[in-house]
Ligand binder design. Structure first.
Ligand SMILES: [Mg+2]
Length: 213
């Protein structure tokens, strides 16, 4: 049975817009300047540790709580804010009906990532998942895909679909998977980046392509 692996944030769920919603709530809660909302949302989509982001926020606005406390509150709230498009959910169902094993490989903290997988209903549409914080292996380390294949009792043979050239495409390639890069139509391919097999704008489109290849 072929394996299809999906990234979570920015691929199956709209992490960036959920982070904007969270930042808006946070700024209102603490009475911070409105422009702080954009700064917080931008910081939350940076490729730096969330602990560092929240420590900086506490310092910048002299908040009476720790970065670790805000981070924990963020992980509790985010699963309620992310969404998965209905056409992407239908595509996963279609893929499974066609005999594929379907899983998620995501970098992050187990409470936040599993919370998102369950709150969006993705848990019922897939065969399993692996979260970096739970296994101590982060994409692009190809071993994380091996852990997922083992959990799903299938061969590490199929596709990796994700929005990160570094984590998903490079990692998937290193694991011997074919790769689909999810990116807006006009997004440039950075020089020297990993070579993907196909490029699509959504999970639904990627699944459509994979099923016809
Ligand atoms: Mg991603």
């Amino acid at each position: 049975m072929p394996l299809a692996v999906f990234d979570l944030d920015g691929t199956l769920v709209d992490q960036a817009s959920a982070a904007r919603s969270w930042a808006g709530e946070f700024v209102a809660r603490w009475g911070l300047p409105v422009k702080a909302s954009d700064l917080v949302a931008a910081a939350l989509t940076e490729r730096v540790s969330k602990q560092l982001v929240f420590d900086r926020i506490v310092e910048e606005w002299s908040l009476p709580l720790s970065g670790a406390e805000i981070w924990a509150a963020y992980r509790t709230r985010m699963p309620q804010l992310v969404q998965c498009a209905s056409e992407d959910k239908e595509a996963l169902t279609e893929l499974r009906a066609a005999g594929w094993s379907v899983g998620i490989a995501t970098n992050g903290m187990p409470d936040n990532q599993e919370g998102k997988i369950r709150a969006t209903g993705l848990a019922e549409l897939i065969d399993g998942w692996v979260i970096s914080g739970e296994v101590g292996i982060r994409k692009p380390d190809p071993r994380i895909f091996g852990v997922l294949a083992q959990r799903l009792c299938c061969a590490l043979d199929g596709w990796m679909v994700g929005d990160s050239l570094e984590h998903d495409v490079m990692g998937g390639m290193a694991a011997g998977l074919q790769t689909a890069w999810i990116a807006p139509l006009n997004a440039p391919v950075p020089a020297g980046s990993a070579r993907f097999d196909i490029r699509q704008t959504s999970v639904a489109e990627a699944v459509g392509a994979i099923l016809t290849i």
